[in-house]
Design a protein around this ligand. Structure first.
Ligand SMILES: O=C(O)C1=C[C@@H](OP(=O)(O)O)[C@@H](O)[C@H](O)C1
Ligand SMILES: C=C(OP(=O)(O)O)C(=O)O
Length: 448
């Protein structure tokens, strides 16, 4: 869905942040629970689903594809139609701001013999889709979109799909997942090879639903093999809390003097936890309390305290996929460290909801921080605790993570920071303002 009118929001220096931050469910897992639930035979029940706009848009799309998706009390109930049972939507599928939504749906529908036209908001309509439609063409699906492979785009599904073997050219869990979801309704073995491991929620959840999925580490990379046309058995899914949302209260606590914040129950799947390792490498006072396993995923309570002795580091590039959405907030923490933080191997940041390197570099420079950048790298010169001047209004380009990052920056800067639009925060973290406010953050809505 498109957003309402833009809504500026200002964050100013806050007192210590203290208390417990109960962040919402994982966005990646929530999308997959609705999509796989819709492709299973019978009733899947999901608790802890993220009720962010991105996921709600995917829920609406699954209804348009013929599944029933309803909320009963705290549980989302999906009546699936079975593999191969999706139906042609009567209208456009509008995925709003969500790259994950549109790319996974394109995959899931591409091996059905019907056509679907996809669109999204002004941010999503700029993002590249050929990375998904190229492998979908190998199954026999054809895509017709705007120039540069942009939305709106119609995908004519393959009525007699063939299985595919595909090596992903960019590290992308969305591309991997689109191919695996398409492979569900192709006979035989579909194989995806990724050079670097990306988040593995699709593999885990497909296995949970009863598909045969094997993963092998070879010289070529991580080889994932799916046996096509399985019967997916409906599941009871408990969605863990989102480490990408936890990043905001954690990082805010590290840079606001006197803070001590507990962020309970965070999924620490190694394909997602790169930020927390990086913060610890920088000298953050960040501990994992009560580590345990839940639903096959490692989980812990994160405790973050103000950390006056952060050091800039070179972030290991091989860690990029496991923290790809966290570089914007990491750059805010880096601005409060001593020395330079170097981030390499991050070209993907340029094709997210916006060009995230450019958006963060522009905003940080306006707040008094030196940033240098190239095609696939950037570096931030830290000015130590209290080194953020602030006093800027920052353009967030319909990007929720840019908005939240600069609001956190405003909590630790000398002068307030305003983001031009807080609306997109609702795509992934609808309770951000209230939750950060409950810890002690100070926000002012600015009248238009
Ligand atoms: O598969 C997913 O759920 C996601 C994969 C990542 O995108 P890419 O696959 O484009 O790297 C990430 O940035 C996005 O927020 C969620
Ligand atoms: C990149 C993101 O999401 P998506 O690709 O689903 O829009 C994100 O949430 O940071």
């Amino acid at each position: 869905m498109s957003h309402g009118p833009s809504r500026p929001l200002t964050a100013r220096a806050a007192g210590p942040l203290r208390g417990e931050a109960n962040v919402p469910g994982d966005k990646s897992i929530s999308h997959r629970a609705l999509i796989l639930g819709a492709m299973a035979e019978g009733e899947t029940r999901v608790t802890g689903l993220l009720e962010g706009q991105d996921v709600l848009d995917t829920g609406r799309a699954m209804r348009a594809f013929g599944a029933q998706v309803d909320k009963q009390g705290d549980t989302w109930v999906v009546q699936g139609v079975g593999v191969g049972g999706l139906m042609e939507p009567e209208d456009l599928i509008d995925c709003g701001n969500s790259g994950t939504g549109v790319r996974l749906l394109m995959g899931a529908a591409a091996t059905h013999g019907f056509s679907v036209t996809y669109t999204g908001d002004a941010s999503l309509r700029k993002r590249p889709m050929a990375r998904v439609t190229d492998p979908l063409a190998l199954f026999g699906a054809q895509a017709y979109g705007r120039s540069g492979g942009r939305l709106p785009m119609t995908v004519v599904g393959a009525s007699e799909p063939v299985p595919v073997r595909y090596a992903t050219p960019v590290p992308s869990a969305q591309v991997k997942s689109a191919v695996l979801l398409a492979g569900l309704n192709a006979p035989g073995e579909t194989v995806v090879i990724e050079r670097e491991a990306t988040r593995d929620h699709s593999e885990r959840m497909l296995t949970g639903f009863g598909a045969e999925v094997s993963v092998e580490q070879t010289a070529e990379g991580r080889v994932i093999t799916l046996q096509g046309q399985p019967t997916l058995r409906p599941q009871a899914i408990v969605v863990p809390r989102d480490p990408s949302s936890a990043a905001f209260p954690v990082c805010a606590a590290l840079i606001v003097p006197g803070s001590d914040v507990l962020v309970p129950n965070i999924g620490l799947n190694p394909t997602r936890a790169g930020l927390f390792e990086t913060l610890r490498d920088m000298g953050a006072d960040l501990t994992y309390e009560n580590p345990r396993e839940e639903g096959g995923e490692p989980v812990a309570d994160l405790r973050a305290r103000f950390s006056p002795n952060l050091r800039g580091i070179e972030v290991p590039p091989e860690r990029a996929a496991s923290m790809i959405d966290e570089y914007p907030i990491l750059s805010v923490v880096a601005s409060q460290a001593e020395g330079t933080t170097v981030m390499r191997g991050v070209a993907e940041l340029r094709v997210k909801e916006c060009d995230r390197i450019d958006a963060m570099a522009t905003g940080l420079r306006a707040c008094g921080i030196d940033v240098r950048d190239g095609d696939d790298w950037w570096e931030v010169d830290g000015r130590g605790p209290g080194g953020l001047r602030g006093g800027a209004t920052v353009a967030i380009h319909l990007d929720h993570r840019i908005a939240m990052s600069f609001l956190v920056a405003g909590m630790a800067s000398a002068e307030a920071i305003t983001v031009d639009d807080a609306g997109p925060i609702a795509t992934s973290f609808p309770i951000f303002e209230d939750l950060m406010g409950s810890l002690g953050a100070q926000f002012d809505s600015v009248a238009d």
